[in-house]
Design a protein around this ligand. Structure first.
Ligand code: HEM
Length: 174
């Protein structure tokens, strides 16, 4: 595709890709390492804060992750000009591929898992709040299970993003 060899197109794609990649990894790190622990220690006020932030954060992440993946995919397609063997015959091709697979894993988790889990937690939280009596043990147990699964998924996601970021950062020099 000759348009992908145009210098201005490459520059625009790189600006979009690196800019949105920075926001993606930076926001995910801030959310997991600072915002969630701070909200948890603020108890019910923290829960309300997360409920307000959640949809806006999800929408923003949807945009930046999609821009990173689409611009990255177009930049990646350029490497195919010399055949697919660049993946195993060059260090750069291998590292960009490892980084891309890790980032795509994170993208799939974000699109398919985080939103659904958060919605389930919010629904259960609303049921527990609206109940006249204290929440029953089964509901508390289910809430703990959902929150712990979501935290494990966030931690795994951060590992994938660290792999993507490290691989992308060094690939060109391998
Ligand atoms: C967390 C997500 C990502 C981050 C933080 C990220 C970051 C970066 C950075 C900083 C560079 C510049 C490296 C350099 O020029 O030496 C880069 C380049 C590149 N990225 Fe990513 N990236 C991410 C996801 C992806 C994905 C999902 C793909 C493919 C589907 C991809 C494909 C590429 C390619 C092909 C290049 C080389 C561009 C060129 O040669 O001009 N990246 N990435």
């Amino acid at each position: 595709m000759t348009i992908l060899s145009n210098l201005y197109v490459i520059l625009i794609l790189r600006i979009l890709h690196i800019g949105s990649g920075i926001v993606w990894v930076g926001s995910a790190t801030l959310y997991l390492l600072l915002i969630i622990p701070a909200a948890r220690s603020a108890q019910s006020a923290g829960q309300k804060f997360l409920q307000t932030l959640g949809p806006k954060f999800g929408a923003m992440m949807g945009i930046v992750t999609t821009v990173t993946v689409l611009s990255g995919a177009l930049l990646y397609v350029r490497f195919f000009a010399g055949g697919i063997s660049f993946i195993w015959t060059t260090g750069a091709g291998f590292a960009f591929t490892v980084g891309a697979v890790a980032a795509l894993g994170s993208y799939v988790m974000g699109a398919g898992f985080f939103g659904k889990m958060q919605a389930r937690i919010e629904k259960l939280g609303a049921e527990m709040e609206s109940a006249q009596s204290a929440p029953n043990p089964a509901q508390v147990q289910e809430m703990n299970r959902l929150q712990s699964s979501l935290m494990k998924a966030y931690q795994f996601d951060l590992v994938l993003l660290a792999v993507a970021m490290l691989a992308m950062a060094v690939a060109r020099y391998l």
